[in-house]
Design a binder for this molecule. Structure first.
Ligand SMILES: Cc1cc2nc3c(=O)[nH]c(=O)nc-3n(C[C@H](O)[C@H](O)[C@H](O)COP(=O)(O)O)c2cc1C
Length: 384
């Protein structure tokens, strides 16, 4: 049985799979690559500072970059001042957001010290107050049918995202289970209660990363924590599960265990941008398509590099490809018999490249059978 379609307020997504925000990674070039493989229902920008957007700082504007192909897109804001968050949401709507998301899960000091991210989990009235203020601001900005059409994306790559006419951009929140692990273990996590309160003030969906703030990224995702939130909201709004989905089967297990209405994938997509295509196929048809060939993976890496050059410049594209090549190469070197060849020389050639031509030369040499070692090496897991 295919999963029922995922509705976020007035918006119906083409699939129930979402790309997570991963600061420094899920930029426009990467989102484009994921979308081109298919299966992606909604992608999100990395967390954005509303102050930065409103002041027009180069970094914030760059992080918020989107285009007609990059739809539907969520823009994620962080902060704790309701007024500034509302103005940030207004900016997001004026600059192409299909969904506005509030970050209530980031454990990083820089964000929590200013009471944003998962610090909001320690002050629920503040968290709900921010969400309510943003929801009211969005209600003042209904979009025309023509404007909505632009924000639903290219029908060739989706299977029909749709929206109710005259609706406003919906608000979502991304949370963790709670701050302290001991609260979770004693059954006192705030997330079930918080999700209900967010639904009360007009939040249209909540994504739950199944870890506490204290967990940071350690240990395994706590599926029972996500299940408790699903149970608490009782179908009033969709709950999107998140954490540790690396393979299509992980998503199926998450849906079966928690009853979540959608699945958000982050790090799994960094090595496998086609994970949405494969997962959607598994959820709908029960089968996973054959993995892309080596040539297709190399074409994907090249595509990312060229997109990065176009969106920024050669220097930045070289920097980005060098820090991501370990992720991109994780699925390279797998032989038809399942054995692996080493791809360290390939990764080193990419990292050492100082000119775009050297990147293309490394990709070409790999395709020609070079830049690999035949004694298999353990693959580094990537830096995150
Ligand atoms: C380096 C890094 C940066 C992240 N940046 C964000 C962010 O900007 N906003 C956010 O909501 N979550 C952020 N996350 C959390 C992810 O969205 C996701 O919740 C988490 O990685 C668990 O999902 P996964 O196992 O599928 O990666 C970040 C995670 C990592 C590892």
């Amino acid at each position: 049985m295919p999963p029922p379609p995922l509705h976020i307020g007035p918006l119906r997504l083409s699939t129930n799979l979402l790309l997570a925000p991963i600061a420094g990674y899920c930029d426009l070039a990467f989102r484009t690559v994921c979308r081109e493989f298919g299966g992606l229902g909604l992608a999100c920008t990395d967390l954005l500072s509303p102050q930065g957007l409103l002041r027009g700082t180069a970094t914030s504007l760059d992080l918020a970059k989107t285009n007609d192909f990059d739809k539907p897109v969520g823009m994620q804001l962080y902060g704790s001042d309701p007024e500034i968050m509302a103005q940030g949401a207004r900016w997001a709507v004026e600059h192409g957001a299909t969904v506005v998301d509030i970050n209530m899960g980031c454990p990083v000091d820089k964000v929590t010290k200013k009471d944003g991210g998962s610090k909001l989990l320690t002050d629920l009235s503040r968290a709900v107050g921010v969400a309510e203020r943003v929801a009211r601001e969005l209600e003042k900005m209904p979009l025309s049918a023509e404007e909505w059409a632009k924000r639903l994306g290219d029908a060739r790559f989706g299977t029909g995202a749709a929206v109710r006419g005259g609706a406003n951009v919906p608000l979502t929140c991304k949370i963790r289970l709670c701050w302290h692990t001991s609260d979770f273990e004693s059954g006192a996590a705030c997330s079930p209660h918080l999700a209900r309160m967010l639904a009360d003030v007009g939040v249209c969906a909540v994504t739950v990363h199944g870890r506490t703030t204290e967990d940071k990224f350690a240990g395994n995702v706590r599926l029972e924590g996500i299940a408790r939130v699903v149970e608490a909201v009782d179908g009033r709004i969709p709950i999107i599960g998140n954490g540790d989905v690396r393979e299509p089967e992980d998503a199926r297990r998450m849906v079966a265990f928690t009853g979540c209405a959608g699945v958000m994938i982050g790090r799994g997509a960094l090595s496998t941008p086609w994970v949405f295509r494969d997962t959607w196929s598994l959820l709908v048809d029960g089968v996973t398509p054959p993995a892309p060939s080596e040539a297709e993976i190399i074409a994907m890496i090249r595509r990312f590099f060229v997109l990065m050059q176009g969106q920024r410049d050669d220097r930045y594209a070289l920097f980005q490809i060098s820090r991501r090549v370990s992720w991109f190469a994780k699925r390279l070197g797998i032989q038809p018999d399942g054995k692996r060849v080493g791809v360290k020389p390939f990764k080193e050639a990419v990292r050492l490249a100082r000119h775009p031509e050297e990147i293309h030369a490394a990709l070409d040499r790999y395709l020609d059978g070079g830049l690999r070692t035949w004694d298999s090496e353990p693959e580094a897991a990537g830096a995150l």
